[in-house]
Design a protein around this ligand. Structure first.
Ligand code: AMP
Length: 416
């Protein structure tokens, strides 16, 4: 994926940023970086179709820092560049990137999100910040409290915009946009470009450069996908069998519901497989601990709901398992985007019961691929047809987006 012909020093980045890249050991820009960095430095708007794992974060962070280092420093309570993300985890990760790339620059950056005390955030923002990473709900709270002002705002980034819409943030986003100066640069990143995203883009972006690093709604090529048909009741047993049989050391498991995530993590733990669940009902501390353990290897199996898993940056994750299929087909693409990064082949395995056949069809329609089905010996399904599972939305069709997502991070999704 990396173009060995091009170096970072060809893209218009100054020495402090090039030094930070050398510190990180990055030599060549990824395709999205190669295209986005010079355009953003020139001040263009951007509409990029890119999933996590493409290097998109550096693709917007580096040129933004390059622009920010030349302008006027922020006055009290002012923000010069704003990155909005759908989840706390993603906000924290983006901010980690900002700090790493900006380490040789005298710029101030901060991150704010809900679920933690607001007062320390208020204090940190008072002096003004060059770059703020935020989730929409907490940002609006801070603005309403008079802590933040946007008169000096030069650049707005919406990261994982599709997910922000899925999570019901559209009104918050529109309200925020109305608070910003009209003259500004806008960068929009989204894994998929559905009609609502296009509509948002039309109102937001001015003659944007369009970049697409993976074909629209197509799953990444380096991911080997397989479906193991099985009975609903035997899924967790099959999961544990697969982990042991393959001796997998780091497995991300997706569960549609928080309850299901807990149940499976507890069951695996009881059987001696180190497992942890992350979802919206877990405290921020518990989520961070679970993720840390997973990255360091003390947690072998991380069971996550779609929303909690969003934006988790774990490189070269070898195995992603769908304990159940997502009720929104696009989520399948997001889920398996966790594996097979940076040239490594990943494995995305879906355990699919007869009740989920419509969900499977919706995924196959979206990705344009018929997934390979393979029985696991001893776990062949005994139930071959069954009424579709109830997704909690009455007679909603499986490929339609629910207005409000189920099984994510609780009813307080809009306050992250
Ligand atoms: P992202 O798509 O922004 O989540 O980035 C995916 C991962 O790739 C992150 O861990 C980055 O630190 C890493 N990364 C980003 N750009 C490069 C690059 N040019 N060379 C090597 N690694 C990179």
């Amino acid at each position: 994926m990396i173009n060995a012909q091009v170096g970072f020093d060809d893209l218009g980045l100054g020495e402090p940023l090039l030094k930070a890249l050398r510190d990180k050991g990055y030599v060549h820009p990824s395709p999205i970086q190669e295209q986005a960095i010079p355009a953003v430095i020139r001040g263009r708007d951007l509409m990029a179709a890119a999933q996590t794992g493409t290097g998109k974060t550096a693709g917007f962070t580096l040129p933004m820092l390059e622009r920010l280092r030349h302008g006027r420093r922020p006055a009290r309570g002012q923000v010069r560049a704003l990155v909005l993300t759908p989840t706390r985890e993603l906000a924290a990760q983006v901010h980690e990137n900002v700090r790493a790339y900006g380490r040789h620059l005298p710029l101030r950056s901060e991150v704010v999100f809900g679920g933690v005390k607001i007062n320390p955030q208020i204090e940190r923002l008072q002096k003004g910040v060059d770059l703020l990473v935020a989730t929409p709900g907490r940002l609006l709270d801070l603005h309403q409290q008079g802590v933040l002002r946007f008169d000096q705002l030069e650049c707005l980034v919406l990261d994982e915009a599709d997910r922000m819409l899925d999570m019901g943030f559209i009104h918050d986003i529109r309200r925020l946009i109305r608070l910003l100066p009209e003259q500004r640069q806008n960068l929009l990143f989204s894994a998929t470009f559905s009609p609502p995203i296009r509509k948002l883009a039309t109102g937001l972006l001015h003659q944007p450069l369009q970049i697409q690093v993976t074909p629209e709604n197509q799953t990444a090529r380096s991911v080997e996908q397989v479906v193991h048909p099985c009975d609903m009741k035997r899924k967790s047993e099959l999961l544990s069998h697969l982990i042991r049989d393959g001796d997998w050391r780091q497995v991300l498991v997706f569960s549609r519901t928080k309850h299901g995530a807990n149940r499976v993590a507890e069951k695996l733990s009881r059987e001696g497989l180190e497992a942890a669940a992350i979802h919206g009902n877990k405290s921020q501390g518990a989520r961070t601990r679970a993720l840390q353990g997973f990255k360091q290897g003390s947690v072998r199996v991380l069971v996550a709901t779609d929303i909690a898993a969003r934006g988790i940056d774990i490189q070269q994750l070898p195995h992603v398992i769908n304990l159940d299929l997502p009720n929104v087909a696009e989520d399948y693409v997001h889920r398996i985007g966790r594996t097979g990064r940076a040239g490594e082949t990943g494995h995305a395995i879906s355990l699919v019961a007869a009740e989920e056949s419509l969900l499977l069809k919706a995924i196959e329609r979206l990705t344009g691929e018929v997934l390979r089905k393979e029985d696991v010996k001893g776990f062949e399904p005994t139930i071959l047809t069954a009424p579709p599972i109830d997704l909690g939305g009455g007679r909603r069709r499986s490929n339609q987006r629910p207005r409000r997502r189920q099984g994510g991070s609780s009813g307080r999704q809009r306050r992250h």
